[in-house]
Design a protein around this ligand. Structure first.
Ligand code: GAL
Length: 660
């Protein structure tokens, strides 16, 4: 979005108000007051754009786009494929998904089309072509938004056949597939491709490599559908730029792979603020981790495509954002590398599922409503920060997050089937680094590690040969690596590694795993630091690994288990390797442990924190280029530098000048 100001605005659904010109006129007036400069149009507009098969009505959309543009507001234009009209789903049943239990759905809801159906693709192609012909070179349209929040899977016959083709391309022969899936187990050798079916509750669900390949296949199908829509538009609009909106901790698509097919990453952010179990700082960190993940998608500024100015209507409790939280969240987004603050939605709809969802303009249409006045304030602040647009972040630490690993890790029956808390593991490393003011990015096993000083490898159960080597090379040439328990267990087919584990990393770590113990909820094992180590005493939980050090080049223990038959085995250890070093963490520890661990590691590595002095607890600092944003996520005012920050307040410095 180079050259544009920070985008401010959001999803706008004028198709719900075409019989109310007074409301459409008021929208423009209120958007200008709220400093809105961008709206997203067309996300679910198909039935208004093609009310009957082959009858296209795009004039209303053109009028809206041009009227907005004349008032200084640009458009992100969505393709409408996420929700199809009733006529289409009724006339062509093949466009409706078949569930895992092999029942075809009735016409319902949205985001549930069969991505393989040639018929659906044909209908989508036609409507996308109409949009591209009409708006492909329109200066009012700054970005194309493909579909909406892609996800889910379809088990129809078309998808089964496509899955088998996908497997043929991956394995070449059934013999190779049987070997990769260890199909001899329980006599599962496949003798013809047609015997292979997607996982089902009443069917196959024990061949874990099949389930892993199904997830890969479904992810590839979504990406293929995205490419198909992108290329349809691009053919008629060669200069068009594309995004697809992604979701919080979404499991169903390998977003790193998907991000390669778009120009700018974007995501939809709906944190649950003010939960009794979480402080504002903890919720802010949870969101920050996602912002950093989406920044990492392309290693450059991303867009916040949706957020609520007030509350949602689909979370268990629809909590209002307290005064100040909307601004805190908006500025946090920008701090972490977003070039936009966009809302769902501009105006609340009158009926159906989302009628009670928060919106900038509510049913009363009032300008003195809190959601509206706070949006105006955010708009004013974003205008003051416009120079931050397109500014990149410094590379410091990288946490490995790999979708294929997560699928394999969670898809296996193993030492703990009561939940592995994958995201909780990542969060502990992330929070400690973020609290220390260190910039964090994420990467999968294909990531280029150049430029990072610290690489964290949490629960990398599925570790490829190539990535194991890359990690060793990184340490060899001076990098620091942190490897946790349950890493380096299987290969890309979910086949257990033979020989010593963590596979490929035993020399790097100076030790090898001998066993791993699953822990009951609430069960812990005490760990104590060795003499001279500044790490705190801590408790191990979830999974406890036992490791023994290599005889000829041993790791140096930092903490040891202090209980049970685990006593004296390393809970944390460090090992010099080449010009760098590798840390090993044998279990999941208390949050305090990670705070000290990463604060000390950052110091030792010479990583410069975003704010030079220690900050009060609950105050977070983030650096973006020369800008430093400091946010008070506590309930009390605090003083930072010369500035007094009210609760939830943000101060921004550019170089050493305070600009906000
Ligand atoms: C998003 C979706 C929007 C809207 C919003 C409500 O997931 O993309 O269309 O439904 O949730 O919070």
């Amino acid at each position: 979005m180079q050259g544009l100001k920070l985008l401010h605005g959001g999803d706008y659904n004028p198709e719900q108000w075409l019989d109310r010109p007074d409301i459409l006129a008021q929208d423009i007036e209120l958007m200008k007051k709220a400093r809105v400069n961008t709206v997203t149009l067309g996300v679910f507009s198909w039935s208004a754009l093609e009310p009957q098969e082959g009858m296209y009505t795009l004039d209303w959309l053109a009028d809206i786009i041009h009227n907005l543009y004349a008032n200084g507001i640009r458009t992100i234009l969505a393709t409408p494929s996420a929700a199809r009209p009733a006529w289409l789903a009724h006339k062509y049943p093949e466009v409706r998904r078949v569930r895992a239990d092999r029942v075809r759905e009735l016409y319902n809801r949205r985001q549930n089309y069969c991505y393989t159906s040639p018929l659906y693709r044909d209908k989508v192609r036609r409507i996308d072509q109409k949009l591209a012909q009409r708006f492909g070179s329109d200066p009012a349209v700054i970005l194309w938004h493909i579909s909406n929040e892609m996800g889910g899977d379809c088990h129809c016959e078309l998808c089964q056949a496509e899955f088998r083709r996908w497997l043929q391309a991956r394995y070449g022969s059934l013999q190779a597939l049987n070997k990769a899936w260890n199909a001899r187990f329980w006599s599962h050798d496949y003798t013809v491709w047609e015997q292979i079916e997607s996982p089902a509750p009443q069917g196959e669900n024990a061949v874990q490599a099949l389930a892993l390949d199904w997830k890969r296949f479904v992810s590839d199908r979504h990406i293929d559908f995205l490419k198909f829509e992108r290329d349809t538009v691009k053919e008629l609009a060669p200069d068009a730029k594309f995004t697809a909106n992604m979701m919080y901790r979404f499991d169903g698509i390998d977003y790193f792979k998907m991000a390669k097919e778009i120009d700018v990453a974007s995501w939809d952010n709906y944190p649950t603020w003010h939960k009794p179990t979480e402080t504002v700082e903890e919720t802010a960190l949870d969101t920050a981790m996602m912002h950093d993940l989406f920044y990492s998608m392309k290693g450059k500024p991303f867009l916040l495509m949706e957020s609520s100015p007030s509350f949602t209507n689909w979370q268990p409790i629809s909590k209002q954002k307290k005064p100040g939280i909307a601004e805190l969240a908006a500025l946090q987004t920008v701090a972490h590398g977003a070039d936009s603050v966009l809302y769902f939605q501009w105006r609340a709809s009158r009926g159906a599922e989302e009628k009670f969802h928060g919106a900038v303009v509510g049913h009363d249409g009032r300008q003195d409503a809190r959601a509206f006045t706070e949006t105006v304030q955010v708009g004013e602040k974003l205008e003051k920060l416009s120079e931050i647009t397109a500014v990149q972040r410094e590379k410091q630490a990288l946490i490995v997050h790999d979708w294929q690993n997560k699928w394999a890790l969670e898809g296996s029956c193993g030492p703990r089937n009561a939940g592995l808390g994958y995201w909780d593991e990542l969060k502990r490393h992330y929070n400690a680094l973020a609290r220390a003011g260190i910039a964090v990015e994420f990467g999968d096993e294909t990531a280029d590690l150049t430029g990072y000083r610290l690489v964290v490898v949490p629960m990398l159960y599925l570790l490829t040969d190539a990535f194991a080597k890359k990690l060793c090379d990184f340490a060899q040439s001076g990098g620091t690596i942190v490897v946790t328990y349950w890493t380096g267990v299987v290969d890309e087919s979910d086949l257990c590694r033979l020989g010593d584990t963590p596979y490929g990393l035993t020399k790097l770590l100076g030790l090898r795993r001998t066993e791993i113990d699953g822990m009951y909820d609430g069960e812990t094992r005490r760990c104590t630091p060795v003499d001279g180590c500044t790490l705190p005493e801590t408790q191990a939980s979830i999974l406890c690994e036992v490791a023994v050090h290599n005889d000829n080049d041993p790791a140096k223990p930092l903490c040891v288990y202090a209980e049970d038959y685990f006593a004296q085995h390393p809970a944390a250890a460090v090992h010099k390797y080449g010009a760098g070093r590798a840390y090993y963490l044998a279990s999941r520890f208390d949050e305090d442990f990670y705070r000290t661990f990463y604060r000390d590691a950052a110091k030792e590595l010479g990583l410069t924190p975003a704010w030079p002095q220690p900050l009060p607890a609950g105050v977070l600092a983030v650096k973006r280029g020369n800008f430093v944003l400091v946010q008070n996520c506590t309930e009390q005012p605090v003083t930072v530098g010369e500035r007094e920050l009210p609760r939830y307040g943000t101060a921004v410095w550019n170089e050493s000048q305070c600009v906000l």
